[in-house]
Design a protein around this ligand. Sequence first.
Ligand code: PEP
Ligand code: MG
Length: 746
Amino acid sequence: MPDRTETESRKLLGRLRDLMAEDAAGQARLDKITHLTADSMGTEVCSIYLFRDENTLELCATEGLNKSAVHQTRMKLGEGLVGRVARSGQIVNAADAPSERGFRYMPETGEELFSSFLGVPIQRLGEKLGVLVVQTKAKREFTSDEVYALEVVAMVLAEMAELGAFVGDGAALKARHTQPALFRGGSAQEGTAEGHVWLHEPRVVVTNFATDDPARERGRLHAAVETLRVGVDELLSEAQDAEQMQVLEAYRMFASSKGWMRRMEEDIARGLSAEAAVEKEQSSARARMSQVADAYLRDRLHDLDDLSNRLLRILTGQGAQTGAQMPDDPILIARNIGPGELLEYGRKLKGIVLEEGSVGSHAAIVARALAIPLVIHAERITNEALNGDHIMVDGDQGLVHLRPDESVVSAFRDKMAMMANAQERYASIRNTPCVTQCGTRITLTMNAGLMADLPSLPSSGAEGVGLFRTELQFLVRNQMPRRTELAALYKRVLDAAQGRRVVFRTLDIGSDKVLPYMKPNDEPNPALGWRAIRVGLDKPGVLRMQLQALLRAAEGRPLSIMFPFIAQFDEFREARDEMHKTLAREERLGHRLPAKLEVGAMLETPSLAFAPDEFFREVEFLSIGGNDLKQFFFAADRENERVRRRYDTLNVSFLTFLENVVERCRVSNTPLSFCGEDAGRPVEALCFAAIGLHALSMRPASIGPVKHLLMRSNLAEVKSVIDEARAAGAQSIRPAVMEYLRGRAP
Ligand code: PEP
Ligand code: MG
């Protein structure tokens, strides 16, 4: 037997639904809602305040306050009780409002007559839209049932706002998802792109929020949860690793959570449809999410959010992109995405914008390999963007213009045209060897890691692959690749290189690169932990398998292999011994051996620069992994946004250190290259070349700009600028070099 409050709130919802079905302009609808709410709740006042801009709320409709104040009364976020509700996202329930902290009297509204105040936030999935208020003359606190009823009205308001129900006469809400919006995120892959939005997970819009038949809705909810539970169980039985299992277990926990179900059932009993009940729960989880500092709890709330999305899809039938057509120039928008999913989209995408993500994430690595501009940390963009919206992504600055206006469009297109001009200039020197004005030949090669990189080899003008990061093939899979698979892949890489040199780096896992199918290691400081060659030497099975795959892939062609993260001579010797043992085994088995085999090392820790002379004589080539070297040289984590840009690569100490390495290699006649990200930055590349680093390996897109600058430069002049700045006590030689470059003829 439904209790009285359930019947009351069902009645209120029914009246709201009828009202929404009427054909009325936006303002008239808002006015009717205030009237109906005040009437149903027995209050003298009901008012709707909506955000005009990020910081300002405006009285948009009222029953009971002076009508002349509508669209006149405004308040700042945090100002008065309404502003407090808006800022905190929390309910304010005050029997004697004027004596409340922060109360602000608005004379034009005539609210001095009223004592009690109940304000609830109007928000949709954590996005704040405004505040809904009821007031009475009598001093009284509102009951929890009244609070609930007002929350439901607020939710319906938010939902209807999403559907554009209050748009039409300009006075009420701005149409949702029609205004230009700018998102400031972080740059994870440079480049610019213009296109149309493609949502990785389309948003679900609830159109049916009220019900007269709670029993039916309960049945729908139970059936949907059951479907969900079966789905999660299936995923769980296929789960490959502990972390995946953990997430799915958490899903299962929520899917069977009594509290979650009970709250949704209560919502249904009070007149909400099954989907509205799910969304109400989801909204409150989102609101909690923004306030929880504990990372573990936040992750669990995220899980709940994901689960709610799945449930909403089941209930509304709004599945993954049903009926939607991917635009020709898709810009992918997602909260986050895994490397595998990103690879499935492949080069189709013009750009990617994520709400989460990190520069070092695997998705970022894949985006970089595919040379797709990527902006991360674009907060709330999945709420704002709709499939098909016009969008411009500036991966250089980390900016995203959604539904840009004319002036932004033309400025952005100018920038793209300038970049295209530069690309044309680079194309004209693509096949010219890189020789500086002073006659020094510089070898420019590219970094790669996926088959998707290889088409860039001829188009970028790279002379070969200076660093092939083999771990990416391991990272984008769900299980350890087999030797035959790897051999086939490496063979395809060598085939695509058409005789150009490819330097394969053996597996560099650990630190931020964690294989999904290997037991995770709980290390206090993974960047300084069990990683790269340390893993390879301690557990040589995978290293041997990889070396064997490489030898077979060569099919008699020359082969270059380097070991990552060599910190002392012995590590190189041991790794090389593994190589020789594998080679001998291959010979015994009658396999063809490479015509020539070069075995090198990466210099990524300062210690190796001080290794015995013998090391420099024995190693067949050295490549400086500047990304890691720099983080250890300055003790500044390369993944930590706070410190990673703190020390300039052109810092005199770092350059002097590099010069010492150049000198040691000169004495021992050891070929030396530099393959960290800095090699792809023209000014850095110029300084490296000037101090004697004559082989640089970089992202394919950087080869053009680096070559263009090097070919116009005189390294001897740059070297004197560096020496003078150093002698003058400069901390970084960048200002001096920049001044020199500015002073030169264009
Ligand atoms: C480096 O450390 O500079 C390097 C090239 O290796 P990775 O970025 O893959 O660690
Ligand atoms: Mg490295």
